[in-house]
Design a protein around this ligand. Structure first.
Ligand SMILES: [Fe+2]
Ligand SMILES: [Fe+2]
Length: 181
């Protein structure tokens, strides 16, 4: 481990340099353009998840639809919060959050889905959550101690995606076998 900088004058002098970079100081250890790009891919993923869950919420039908649709709606709201956190962090890092709808699905890790069957919907959502879990786990490991704040954002998202996947697995298990085929 490198020695901790204790020269207060030096710390103050460095803080005055490049103040246009806002919170990014010389202590920032990560590859900033790459971090912004990775955050934007995650932002696209979250936005696609919002759209997929909304689509599923409005089209879920059948006698078992009600509790499942309620779960879809809750997840949609949480994915929107995730998108907002990522957009905010991208701006903090000096980047631009990419909300361009034309390229959303090509930049997203998870896929959109327009299944009409309730079980298919849940399965597709579970796959998307598992994609997010795998990619956010890698991002957390990649960031390590180089950008602790961005890492914490991804850690929080990761924990919630795991809850989502668990919720969906629970729904699948509760549905009657006849529906699950
Ligand atoms: Fe999310
Ligand atoms: Fe999720």
């Amino acid at each position: 481990m490198a020695e901790f900088l204790t020269d207060i004058k030096e710390i103050r002098a460095r803080a005055r340099q490049e103040i246009d970079k806002g919170p990014i100081t010389s202590a920032y250890g990560a590859d900033l353009p790459r971090v912004i790009q990775v955050c934007n891919e995650a932002l696209a993923t979250e936005l696609v998840c919002v759209l997929r869950y909304k689509r599923h919420y409005y089209t879920a039908s059948g006698i078992y639809a009600e509790p499942v649709a309620a779960e879809f709606l809750e997840h949609a709201a949480e994915e929107q919060e995730h998108a907002d956190r990522l957009a905010r962090r991208i701006v903090q890092l000096g980047g631009e959050p990419d909300f361009n709808p034309d390229t959303l699905t090509t930049r997203s890790h998870a896929e959109y889905d327009a299944s009409l069957d309730l079980v298919e919907m849940i399965k597709e959502d579970l796959v998307a959550e598992r994609v997010a879990i795998a990619s956010y786990t890698e991002i957390v490991q990649w960031l390590g101690d180089d950008d602790v704040t961005t890492r914490r954002v991804f850690e929080d998202l990761l924990a919630q995606e795991e809850e989502h996947a668990d919720d969906l697995k629970g729904l699948l298990d509760k549905l009657p076998d006849a529906l699950r085929r």
